[in-house]
Design a protein around this ligand. Structure first.
Ligand code: C5P
Ligand code: MG
Length: 159
């Protein structure tokens, strides 16, 4: 018997192009921005990376398998719903989420002022306490000025 029994790591990432006249959604929070994510959904790269991380922890593929962009039913879908469903999938397989570690890479706007909002929103969505949701921001140092990117790691325990 080891403390590692049943523990699984999940990892996910996502990127969207930044274009005018679109909202910039991150972790279910609308961030004021001159440009937003080009996407058939709400383009929330952070929640898409998180949903992929949840699925990957149990080797269940990625959200494209369940919510294909080609299906008009998922047009402008609220990404919070995708995360909630992926979490439900984990629960139905006797798995519980322990924590999530998230990083958004974006040159502008600055996200620091929204850290508490985004982290608490994601924590509520995951039914985790705020200290179980780490959220970092990075610029691309100008290397990817026209993209928003996100990466997510989760720790899961299977009973
Ligand atoms: O990428 P870099 O290391 O230069 O980021 C410096 C700081 O800027 C970090 O502390 C990060 O939290 C913050 N940042 C931010 N909003 C961004 C990118 C970075 O607040 N869009
Ligand atoms: Mg996406």
């Amino acid at each position: 018997m080891s403390v590692l029994d049943g523990l699984r790591i999940g990892f996910g990432e996502d990127a969207h192009a930044l274009v005018p006249d679109r909202r910039l959604m991150l972790g279910g929070v609308e961030v004021p921005s001159l440009r937003g994510a080009a996407a058939h959904s709400d383009g929330d790269a952070l929640l898409h990376a998180l949903a992929d991380a949840l699925l990957s922890s149990l080797a269940l593929g990625d959200i494209g398998v369940y919510y294909p962009p080609s299906n008009p039913a998922y047009r402008d879908m609220d990404s919070r719903e995708i995360v909630t469903r992926c979490l439900g999938t984990l629960h139905s397989r006797e798995a519980e989420l322990i924590n999530a570690a998230l990083v958004v890479t974006l040159d502008t706007p600055k996200l620091g002022p929204y850290r508490t909002d985004i982290a608490s929103n994601v924590a509520a969505l995951l039914t985790l306490s705020p200290e179980c949701v780490g959220l970092g921001f990075k610029t691309s140092e100008g290397l990817a000025p026209n993209h928003v990117q996100a990466r997510a790691t989760v720790l899961v325990r299977v009973r």
